[in-house]
Design a protein around this ligand. Sequence first.
Ligand code: ATR
Length: 290
Amino acid sequence: MKDTITGKTKLLGLLGHPVEHSLSPVMHNKGFQNLNLDFIYLCFDIKEESLNEAVQGLKAIGVRGFNVTMPHKKTIIQYLDGMSKEAELIGAVNTVVNDAGKLYGHNTDGKGYVRALVEEGISVKDKTIVMFGAGGASRSISVELALAGAKEIVIINRTVHKAVEICNMLNRNIPTCKTQAKELNDENTREAIERADILINNTSLGMHPYEDQCIIKDENLLRADLIVSDLIYEPSKTALLKMAEKKGCKIINGLGMLVWQGALAFELWTGKKMPIDEIKQKLLKERMHL
Ligand code: ATR
C-alpha cells in the first residue's frame, strides 16, 4: 500500500470464513508499503453459499487476484478458468490470479513449506519423511515434497483411509517418490520415525489453546539427527518442538511456511519478491506470543 489510496490502487484480498484473525493483510500490506507498490489487501468474510457471487463480483471490479482459505479451497475450483499442475494434483487452491478477466488457481501452501525448509538449509532430495495428519495441509505439502525429490513419504493418520487416498494420488502422479499410509498407533509411529530423516506434524495437536497436546507420546522415539517440523506457529514452540529440542533435533515451526506461501502469492500478483525478513519481524511484533 502506498501512503495514499488513489484511483489506480489495485485490490487484492482473502476470501474465507472466518477471516478476522488472518495474518495475510498484515503481511501483504507491509510488503506493498516497503516496496511502494500500489496495491491494498483486505479480508472478506464469505460464507459458502455466497462464494459464487463474491467471485463474480471481484471479477467484475477487476481485482488483480485473491487468496482463498477455509472453507473455500476446494469449492473455488469450479469458478476458475485454469489451474497450475500442482493445484490440480492437490485438488485445492489458495491463490487466484486475475489475468485480463481469466481466473487462474495456484496452491502456494506446499511450495511455501518446501521453500521455508530450503531457507533453513534443508534439502528434501532423497530424504525419507514421516508426516502425521492427512488433511489439506498434508496433501499440499506431500505433493511438493515428492516433486522436490523426496525418496519416501510415510503418512500416518488416525483415519487411515485419508492417508491411503493421498498416497494413491502421489503414486499415480509422482511415482519417483515411494509412499506408505499407516494408521496412527505406537508401533507404526516408532517404525516410521526410526527410518525417517524429517518428521512433520500436520495435525492440529498442540495448537493454541491445546498447547499440552502432542502427536508423539515417547520422547525417546526422537534422535538428534532427526529434523522435526510443526506446521503450527501459535504457539511458536509446540510441545512436540520442545520435546524435539530437548533431544537435540533441529526444529522448525510453521511461521516460515506462513510467510513463504504468502511470498509466493505476492510474487504471482506483483511480479516482485516479498521482503521476507521485514515481514517476519512485523508478524512477530503483531503477535508477541508467536
Ligand atoms: P488441514 O487442512 O490444516 O490439514 P484438517 O483437514 O482438518 O486440517 O486435518 C487435520 C488433521 O489432524 C487430520 O489428519 C486429523 O486426523 P483425522 O483425519 O483422523 O481427522 C488430524 N487430527 C486432528 N485431531 C487429532 C487428534 N486428536 N489425534 C490425531 N489426529 C488428529
